[in-house]
Design a protein around this ligand. Sequence first.
Ligand code: MG
Length: 249
Amino acid sequence: MIVLKSEREIALMRQAGHILADVATHLRASVRAGRSTLEIDEDVEAFIRGRGATPAFKGYRGFPATVCVSVNEEVVHGIPSPHRRIAEGDIVGLDLGCIVDGYYADCALTLAVGVVPPNVQKLLDVTRESLELAIKECWPGRRLSDVSHAVQSHVEAHGLSVVRAFVGHGIGRALHEEPQVPNFGDPGRGPQLRPGMVLAIEPMVTMGSWEVKILDDGWTAVTKDGSLAAHFEHTVAVTEGEPEVLTRK
Ligand code: MG
C-alpha cells in the first residue's frame, strides 16, 4: 500500500531533507584526497546529530555507519573504513539519510575528487541529469513507470547502463515504503502519482554492464566488470502542482 502523507508529515520530511541538503553542501567542500571514508562518516554523523536529527542508516538491518561511502566501482552500500583513503581522481558516492520526529529523508550524490577524465565527468553529469528528468515526471496523474523510463532513456541514450538490482522507493515513517521505483521500464505503467506521495528516486548508473555483485562484507555492491558507477538521489514529494524536492534548499 502506498501511504499518502499529510502536509504536517511532509513538513517533517522537509526538515529532515533540508538537513541532508546542508550535509551535501558540507561534503562538496570537505571530501578530498587523503581523508578516510570513516572520517567522512564521523563528520556527517556529528553534523546530523548537531542538527537534532538521527542518522537513518546506522543500525538499519545491521549497517554499521551513518553514510554509505561507495568509491569508484562500488555502486552503493560501501562501509566506511579507517583504511580506505580517498585518492585524487576517485569518484565518491555518498548516500545519506536522517530522521526528524519519526520521518525519514534520503539522498545521495557522487563527487569527483580533483580532476577526472571527460568520460567519467560525463557519467556523473548524465546520472544527475537522469534524476532531474525523473523529478520532472512527478506530477499528479503521471504513472510511476514514467519516472523509471525518464531515467533509463536518458542514461542509455548516452551509452551508459542502469543498475537493475537496486531501486528507489517510497519513504515516510519508514526508510523503505511502497512503491518500488525502478530506474528502468516502459512508460505509462504502474500506479498513478497522487499528491502526498513521497518517492526516493535514485538512479545508479555504470560505464559498463549493469550487473553487480555483493562483496564478502555482505553490503558493498560493486560492478561485476569493475566499471565505474555513479549514484544520485533525492526525496521528492508529489504535490498538486510542481514536484517538491525535499532534499534540496
Ligand atoms: Mg534510497
